[in-house]
Each structure stands twice: as C-alpha cells, then as structure tokens.
Design a protein around this ligand. Structure first.
Ligand SMILES: *[C@@H]1O[C@H](CO)[C@@H](O)[C@H](O)[C@H]1NC(C)=O
Ligand SMILES: *[C@@H]1O[C@H](CO)[C@@H](O)[C@H](O)[C@H]1NC(C)=O
Ligand SMILES: *[C@@H]1O[C@H](CO)[C@@H](O)[C@H](O)[C@H]1NC(C)=O
Ligand SMILES: *[C@@H]1O[C@H](CO)[C@@H](O)[C@H](O)[C@H]1NC(C)=O
Length: 460
C-alpha cells in the first residue's frame, strides 16, 4: 500500500544555449518503420523489429516503452485486462501529478488515493546521446514536464538499467550554487560548491546534482544542456533511463533549444492497437503542416508547464452534449481547464462532462447492457458500432473515429468506451486530452503564435 506523496514541480530557469536539431521521426510500440521521411528501401527492409538502425540525418526514433525495441518493457504475459488496468492505474498517478502542478513554487499536498502502488511510467521513450563521447539513454518524453533528469552512475535506488556515467564524459560540468538555474530547481542545496536538489515525482523522490552536458537528439547537439544527474531515488515512478521534458517551462527541451526550434514542435501518435506503431515528432517550424486548423494555446499561471486549450463543447454523433459550462471553463485562478498531454493514455473529463458524454454515448448504443472494467464504466459484450465523438475547441472540431474511442479485448470480446471521469479527489480538476484520443492526428504546438494545430493524419 503506497500512499501518493506530495509532488513538488520543478521550477525551471531561463537558459540560452542552443544549436540545431531538426525534424525527428518517431516510432512507437515497435520498430517496423514505415515513415514518410525514410527511404522506402529502409522502411521495407526486413520483418523483424529494427531496433538499432542508424538514426539518419535529423531523424530520431521514439519507442513506446513497451516496444519490442525497448529494454524497459515490462515482463511479457500480461493479459489484456491486466494491461488495461495497469495503464489506468498509471493514468491515475499521472492525473495526480498534473493536478499537483498547481501553485508553481509551493509543494502541493495531494490527498491519498487508493492503496495501489503508484507507477508513473513513461509512454514514449526516445534515444538521447549525452556527453563526450556519447552515452545513449532512452529517455521518456513528456509534454507536461519541464526538466530533464537521468540516473547517474553510483545512483542509490535507481532502477537496474543503463545509467549515465559523468566521469566518462569530458564535456560534463556541474552547475554552481550561485548559478541562476540553481535558484529555480525545487529544494536547492549546496553540495560543496555544486548545486543539488531534490524533488518528488509520482510516488518517488529523487536527489540530483544539477549538471550540464551535451545532449544530442538527432544530428545536431545542444551544448551545455542543463539536467539533473540523479544520485538517489526512492519508489518506482522514475522513468528507468530518465525523463526529457517537452513542457513550456524554461528548463524544457523546447526552451533550452529555443533558438533552434523556435518553441515549435508537432507529433503524430500512431494507432494504439497497431503492431506497427510508427509516427513522427518534428521539432522546429520547418516541415510543419501548412493546412491545419488552430485553436488558441493558453497559458495557465497555476500550471505554467502545461499546454492548455479552450474546449468549448463535445458532440456525440451530431448532437452537442449538454455540459455545464463550468466543467469546461478555463480558469487561471484555479488551474482548471483542458490540456493536451502525451503522458496520459485515456482521456479524462471532469465528472459532469464525462457523465453527460457517457450518457449520450450509451443512449446511442440503444442502452445495450453495460458492464465495467476497472475505471471504465461503459463496456459492452455485444458488437459495438460507436458514434463519433467530436471535441469542439475554439476554431477546430476534432472528430474522433471509432479507433480513438473504443478499446477492444481480443480475447474476452469486451469493448469499452476508452475515457473516464477525472478523479474528484485532486485539488483542481483538469480535462486531459490523452494519447489514445490523439492517435492518428498531427498535433502542432506553436508557442510563439500561441496556437495549437490539429489535423487528421494516419501515421500508423
Ligand atoms: C530534500 O531537501 C530538503 C531541504 O532542502 C531536506 O530537508 C530533505 O531531507 C531532502 N530530502 C532528501 C530525500 O534528500
Ligand atoms: C554531493 O557531492 C558528493 C561528493 O562530490 C557526491 O558524491 C554526491 O553524489 C553529491 N550529491 C548529490 C545529490 O549530487
Ligand atoms: C505490420 O507490418 C508488416 C510488414 O510491413 C505487415 O505485414 C503487417 O500487416 C503490419 N501489421 C499491422 C497490424 O499493420
Ligand atoms: C464545429 O461544429 C459546430 C457544429 O456542431 C459548428 O457550429 C462549428 O462552426 C464547427 N467549428 C468549426 C471550427 O468548424
């Protein structure tokens, strides 16, 4: 029984080092690559997973943590129900984490939820080369986190996985206590003359030395990338080979490589159920879609790392569902609103919004007998033809096809509506548009122009 611990967000610092990385290409959940950016000969070659092929030009592959290519995947043999329940449990921890980001410098106290062990696992991991000579780390990508941190050699309590060895890198530096960045991490301390800090993350806590080294994601390295070198960890929430934040804060990749990428990136997440998951993450304004509809990107001072948008309504089929406006309202004072997040698997809506959508969905199913599975309360044993669900943002209607709405058990013949109500025991609730609902869409984060683009793009 592990209680959820309070989480203190990393408060980031402004930096100005940059160089040029270019479009990245990602593949998720397996490495059978069929990517538009790759020569077809490469994409077509072989039937086995391509786990160690060259990362060409400015192309970076990104794997789902459960990919056959991922050394981090959990042991095989989980049943469908077990894996769904596991993902839901991870989402629960994730929601707690997102909620805890409110109140930028203060620790937020999070109510204890279930006695379940909290595992906050990364959904996607990317290869990042750190140091000189380079050491390869498979870091979790997280659009709702700012900082980067990696387990370093000698770490006490880190997962048995690859660690970064700073003594083998000639470009590694520690960050001094007097540096600006040191005042902007949580609980900064002076360890001799070097800055160190500690923080909690999900059910884990880490103690790390604030450090800088060369980070290379694709062709072009970013010099003096500021990150935490983890010396001590407790719990199981820390991604085994570290975390790379893509959030909005000044210590994120987006900010540390700002002169190169102009705080612009997009991704396409491939189908959740396809075995050939492949997609792309494109950094920088170059090569981004021209014809794409935008909705304003909002910044909420209560959770400044997150990418907020204005969700104004939800349609089930053609019918606009009756949702109390306050369930969707953006509120800078409380942190309430709607975010796009790559780290949550299933979309969560605040309770009145979820109930309204679910009831409309059930009505469209002609009120066929409903069962439940874990946190999903709308499951069917009969064949299901679901209505579309449209997320109506200011300026964009994002219509979700069936694949983005339903999860199917291949074995048990169970089909569930893959959304749930946000937990009501967190301090201020958020609607979270999660990865399953984003699949096969290009989502473009254009921070300088304060807009987020969405368009359909099959990338499975
Ligand atoms: C974290 O830092 C605070 C003070 O900065 C200290 O009191 C606490 O013991 C530290 N926790 C860990 C796990 O190192
Ligand atoms: C503090 O410094 C010592 C000696 O340099 C080092 O072994 C230890 O890992 C450092 N602690 C942190 C949290 O960086
Ligand atoms: C995955 O790719 C292989 C080879 O390209 C193909 O034969 C197979 O049908 C694909 N599977 C899915 C689920 O798309
Ligand atoms: C979204 O759909 C609604 C009708 O349900 C329509 O009134 C609105 O104009 C659409 N918005 C966009 C941006 O197409």
């Amino acid at each position: 029984m592990a209680p959820i611990k309070p989480i203190s967000p990393l408060t980031p610092s402004p930096l100005s080092t940059m160089s040029t990385l270019q479009p990245l290409i990602i593949s998720l959940l397996t490495c059978h690559l069929l990517l538009s950016g790759l020569p077809s000969s490469m994409a077509a070659s072989g039937h086995g997973p391509q786990c160690s092929g060259p990362e060409r030009g400015s192309t970076l592959r990104i794997f789902h943590v459960n990919s056959p290519c991922s050394p981090l995947r959990p042991p095989a043999g989980l049943s469908w129900e077990e894996s769904v329940l596991r993902m839901q449990a991870e989402d629960q921890a994730r929601l707690q984490f997102l909620s805890s980001l409110a109140g930028s410098r203060k620790k937020s106290s999070i109510p204890v939820a279930s006695g379940r062990q909290i595992v906050q696992s990364p959904t996607y991991v990317a290869r990042v080369q750190i140091g000189t000579p380079e050491q390869t780390m498979l870091m979790a990508l997280d659009t709702s986190n700012d900082a980067a941190w990696v387990p370093c050699s000698g770490c006490i309590g880190c997962a048995p996985s690859t660690v970064f060895d700073p003594t083998r890198s000639t470009s590694f530096k520690t960050v001094g206590c007097q540096a600006t960045q040191c005042q902007q991490v949580p609980n900064p301390m002076c360890n001799g003359s070097a800055c160190s800090f500690n923080m909690t993350y999900g059910g884990s806590s880490i103690a790390a030395g604030l450090s800088q080294d060369k980070f290379r994601l694709a062709t072009n390295p970013v010099a003096d990338y500021t990150f935490g070198c983890i010396q001590k960890a407790t719990g199981t929430s820390v991604p085994p080979q570290g975390l790379l934040g893509l959030g909005r804060g000044p210590l994120s990749l987006v900010s540390q490589a700002q002169s190169m990428y102009k705080s612009t990136f997009s991704y396409c997440l491939p189908s959740f159920k396809s075995l050939n998951f492949s997609g792309s993450l494109r950094l920088g304004p170059a090569g981004q879609p021209v014809r794409i509809k935008y909705t304003p990107l909002l910044r909420n001072p209560r959770r400044s790392s997150l990418y907020y948008v204005n969700l104004i309504g939800i349609r089930v089929g053609r019918k606009v569902v009756d949702i109390p406006p306050e369930a969707l309202a953006f509120n800078p004072a409380t942190g309430a609103g709607t975010v796009f997040d790559s780290g949550t698997v299933f979309t969560r809506l605040v309770e009145p919004a979820y109930v309204a959508v679910r009831d409309a969905f059930r009505a469209r199913m002609r009120n066929a007998a409903v069962s439940s599975l874990g946190g999903f309360d709308t499951c069917y044993t009969v064949p299901v033809v679901a209505p579309t669900i449209t997320l109506m943002f200011a300026g964009v209607n994002m219509t979700l096809p069936m694949d983005n709405i339903l999860i199917h058990s291949t074995a048990g013949g169970l089909t569930c509506l893959a959304m749930a109500a946000a937990p009501s025991n967190v301090n201020s609730v958020l609607n979270v548009i999660a990865s399953m609902q984003q699949q096969n869409h290009r989502v473009l984060f254009d921070v300088p122009n304060s807009r987020l683009g969405v368009s359909r793009e099959p990338c499975s």
